[in-house]
Design a protein around this ligand. Sequence first.
Ligand code: PLP
Length: 418
Amino acid sequence: MYKKITLYDKDIESLIEAENKRQEEHIELIASENYVSEDVLKAVGSCLTNKYGEGYPNKRYYGGCENVDKIELLAQERASELFNVKYVNVQPYSGSVANAAVFMSLLNPGDKVLGLSLASGGHLSHGYKISFSGTFYDSYTYELNAEGKLDYDEIEKIAKKVKPKMIICGYSAYSQIIDFKRFKEIANSVGSYLFADISHISGLIIAGLHPSPSEYADIIMTTTHKTLRGTRGAIIMTNNEEIYSRINKAVFPGYQGGPLFHQIAGKAVSFYEALQPEFKEYQKQLLLNSRVFCQRFINKNVKIVSGLTQNHLFIIDVKSSYNLTGKQAETILSNLNITVNKNSIPNDTEKPMITSGIRLGSAAMTSRGFKEDEFIIIADLIDKALLEPNNISLHNVIKKEISKIANSFPIKKFYLMK
Ligand SMILES: *Cc1c(COP(=O)(O)O)cnc(C)c1O
């Protein structure tokens, strides 16, 4: 468990402690979550939160920025090295805000964008109608094919028809390898920008376990809190100096005010950790775990969207496999202290708040030390629980089992640098 925090405000103290306990007692399978190191927590909880510094290093609108300038420059340098890119903006508050800034830097309101649909695994900020991206821009979608895979010929056809100013690749719920080179060829063939949103897979890319978009995409964005295992937030990267200057203007003053220096320091610390050899080992284990976990379900004839995963996540079609909605499956598992999220599947007939799928990921539990054997046990327990959703005595047994496993893999410092 993370260190207990004591506050004069007992209301918040007890709620933080309750959350600390929940995190310790639950098997965390939400693919976008992870456990940061105590070093990252310390940086995020530091005096840096007091500091204002609108602008960029050595060009601020405030005095007293000599230390935060160095912190921001270090964060940029480390991200540059990790992702093999020339220019990095480390100020975005979150992935969605970063994406808004990416749109602003390459597009004018009303311009056409092309992204994967939300139901197929895209992100809200990739053109969905209720987000900024579908409200202020003219958004079009491509879908996964019948095997649940990207169909590049089909994407090319749609791109030729739509002629978008920007094509988006990189997703929230896609388990297969993305061919960035092919995407670049498609983008070039219609004269559009290529934007790679690698929020989910950035840790795998750093470790060389997924191809990198660095030589193909005009802009790359990643959140810092998923497989990258840092504080919440995001960074935007490019190799093009002119685009970099547009990104900087779009982040500040375009969308944001003062940078959150505690958050930037948290990012810098997580980049430092990601540069250590242990991080590569972690990513290798996370990938192996995810594949073994997914294969275990496939062996039981459970239907997995897109088939065997090639990254840290996969989607179970719980409707065809267990005759449950995603929402029901999420609740059943939550009652057993297994945390997952409901997730739409391609051509889902259920609404986004119900869905027909659940998304599972290996990043968080791999941080707690899970190896293949533990993921096999968890797959068996999930399968049993969903096959008999109303068997209370069975569920009581499973819950005890889960509690035993969670207790033997406490959140601790094993991935901290000595
Ligand atoms: C998580 C995610 C985002 C958004 O990140 P937030 O920090 O939640 O705003 C954007 N794009 C993709 C592909 C994501 O998976």
